[in-house]
Every structure is written in structure tokens, then in C-alpha cells.
Design a protein around this ligand. Structure first.
Ligand code: PMV
Length: 330
């Protein structure tokens, strides 16, 4: 095979109805349905080059060579793509995030979505986007959702994600209150396994999550913020409740996490259309109607322990960049 390359840009996504737990560990199928918002401006750009001279896959993350687990996970996805294309050539992957990688801001979702589409494109495979989403899902289930823009769902035990509504359907703002620069200490796969094995609340989470997902989906389709807010917050907190009841407890909250929750609840009592969600990390993501966004941004920036606030809005599908390799260097 001659050298072939492709460059893809994919966006982070934040779940409004959370995924936590696996129905099938080996195939990485989710135990519960989830619904997310793909975010404009929080992007991963990934170039994949299949090069006959390589003796193994190589991964560069933000310019630095990555070894160990990150390289193995990328290599596993590349091997799936190689077997579909029936080639044996290894690849050099150069991936760059324009948002902080180490601080648990959903970089695996945009990263594996970009890698899956770039690998498929570089190999000349003509696959429907849902097959690419399935390839990404096997590496990180939330990555299946980042292939699509706007509001996106991933069903329980689903192979691939599916679009629910395009970005322009409901142009809300998402504010990310960053509360720590540290890398998270428990990754999501380990955290899910630990919760499933040791938390008496895990079964309750799995049985109630579909109801919360249905509520979030109906609210998104109806653009009904008053319906969305309680369902999205309950989904995030029920997921965290299952982790808090694990043994030992999995606590991702920091004092600043709770301070932001309080600020959002106070703003809502004062009439703002806003709600929070929290992933497997200490940051708080605040969904807000555009008319309340500037005031909310100032409010969050003033909360003790908030380091900075990123602002985003619904973003597009993953895109193949024409000749886009030039802007990356290892
Ligand atoms: O796809 P993973 O393994 O990174 O898991 C993501 C889990 C959460 O971010 C906590 C929730 C979600 O649905 O994105």
C-alpha cells in the first residue's frame, strides 16, 4: 500500500442525559441511552497517515509522542479499520486539541471520533457515517456521538449514535466552568466498572436512566427548557449518586463544583433559564438560554474556585479537511 493520509476535525460533546455503565464490556456497548450536545469550538484535529515504512502505529498528542495506554487504544481502533480495508500498514497519528486535554473535558470523545473518520478516509473505505460512529464507539462510547453535530443520541446497547436535531434547532449556549487543571485520577471505563461492581445504586441508575433520557429527548425536540432542566440535572446527579455509593466512593466533585451548582440554582430561582451537568470530572457545564448567557458567564467567573469559563454552542458534524495536514506538525 502506498502512503495515504487524511485529516479530520471533530468536536467535543457533553451529555444532557448521561451514559454510565456498559451492557457488554468486550464490545463496549452502553448500558443506558444517552443524549448529548456537540460543541462548536472545542475541537480535535487529527491527521492519520498510513506509511509502509512504520513498524508500529505512532501517536502524537498535542505535539508530544504518546506511549502506553493512549497509543494502545488508538492502535486498536486503527487495527479495526485495517481489517475492514484488508491492509496491514501501520499509521502515524497526529492529534491536536484546541481545549485543555488533561483536565477531563471530554477530549476522548472528539479524539476517537476524529481518529475513526480520519482512518476510514485515509484507507479509502467508503463507509456510511453510522459505521464510522460504531468504530469510534468501540473505543469510547461517547465518541460515537461526536461524529454528528447538534443534539445526538446513543441508545442502550446501540452500535452507533444517531442525530436527534441539527445545531440550529435550538441554539443554546454551553458554559464550561473549569475548576481544576489536574488530570482526573479515575478514567471513565475504570469508574464504570467499579460502580457496576460495588455500588448498590448502580442497578437503580440503569433502570431509571431510560426515563430520564426520554424526558431529555422530548424536551430537546420541543425546545422546552423548563422540562429539560430538571431531567438533565437529575440524570447527572443520579449518575454521580451511583458513583458516590460505590466502595470506595468515586467522588469527582470538588468544593468549587458544589459552589457552581449553588450559583446555577440561585440564578434559576432568580429567573434565568439555566441548568448544570457534570461528567466524570470536577468541572460544571452550564446550559443556558442565549439571553441569559452573558450574565451567567459573569456569575460563574465570580464563583470561588472557578479558574475560567469557556463558552460554546451547538457545533457541526465531524468534517474531513481538504489537504488539511499542513497545519499539524509533530
Ligand atoms: O465514552 P467515555 O468512556 O469517555 O464515557 C463518558 C462518560 C460521561 O462523560 C461521564 C457521560 C457521557 O455520556 O458522556
Amino acid at each position: 500500500m502506498t502512503a495515504r493520509a487524511a485529516t479530520v476535525r471533530a468536536h467535543a460533546n457533553i451529555a444532557l442525559a448521561k451514559y454510565w455503565g456498559k451492557a457488554d464490556i468486550a464490545r463496549n456497548l452502553p448500558a443506558v441511552p444517552s443524549l448529548s450536545l456537540t460543541l462548536k469550538g472545542m475541537r480535535t484535529t487529527t491527521e492519520v497517515e498510513f506509511l509502509p515504512e512504520l513498524g508500529q502505529d505512532e501517536l502524537f498528542l498535542n505535539g508530544a509522542r504518546a506511549l502506553g495506554k493512549p497509543r494502545e487504544r488508538a492502535s486498536k481502533l486503527l487495527s479495526e479499520a485495517r481489517s475492514l480495508a484488508q491492509v496491514a500498514t501501520f499509521a502515524r497519528v497526529r492529534s491536536h486539541n484546541d481545549f485543555p486535554t488533561a483536565s477531563g473535558l471530554a477530549s476522548s470523545a472528539s479524539g476517537f471520533a476524529a481518529l475513526a473518520l480520519a482512518a476510514v478516509e485515509a484507507l479509502g473505505l467508503r463507509l456510511p457515517l453510522e459505521r464510522v460512529s460504531a468504530l469510534a464507539r468501540a473505543a469510547s462510547a461517547s465518541a460515537a456521538r461526536s461524529l454528528y453535530g447538534g443534539y445526538v443520541e446513543l441508545g442502550a446497547s446501540a452500535e452507533h449514535a444517531a442525530p436527534v436535531a441539527p445545531p440550529e434547532h435550538w441554539p443554546l449556549k454551553m458554559l464550561v466552568a473549569v475548576t481544576s487543571e489536574a488530570a482526573k485520577d479515575t478514567g471513565s471505563t475504570d469508574g464504570m466498572q467499579h460502580t457496576a461492581k460495588t455500588s448498590p445504586y448502580y442497578a437503580s441508575w440503569v433502570s431509571d436512566a431510560p426515563r430520564l433520557f426520554a424526558e431529555v429527548k422530548a424536551a430537546v425536540l420541543a425546545k422546552d427548557f423548563a422540562r429539560l432542566a430538571p431531567a438533565a440535572e437529575q440524570s447527572a446527579l443520579a449518575m454521580h449518586a451511583s458513583m458516590l455509593a460505590a466502595s470506595p466512593a468515586l467522588i469527582y466533585f470538588r468544593p468549587a463544583t458544589l459552589a457552581v451548582i449553588e450559583a446555577v440554582r440561585a440564578a434559576r430561582r432568580a429567573g434565568s433559564a439555566c441548568c448544570f451537568t457534570i461528567d466524570a470530572g470536577p468541572h460544571v457545564k452550564v446550559l443556558v438560554e442565549p439571553s441569559s448567557a452573558a450574565a451567567m458567564q459573569r456569575e460563574l467567573a465570580g464563583v470561588e474556585g472557578v479558574l475560567r469559563v469557556l463558552e460554546s454552542e451547538p457545533g457541526p458534524d465531524a468534517q474531513i479537511l481538504p489537504g488539511g495536514a499542513a497545519e499539524l506538525s509533530p
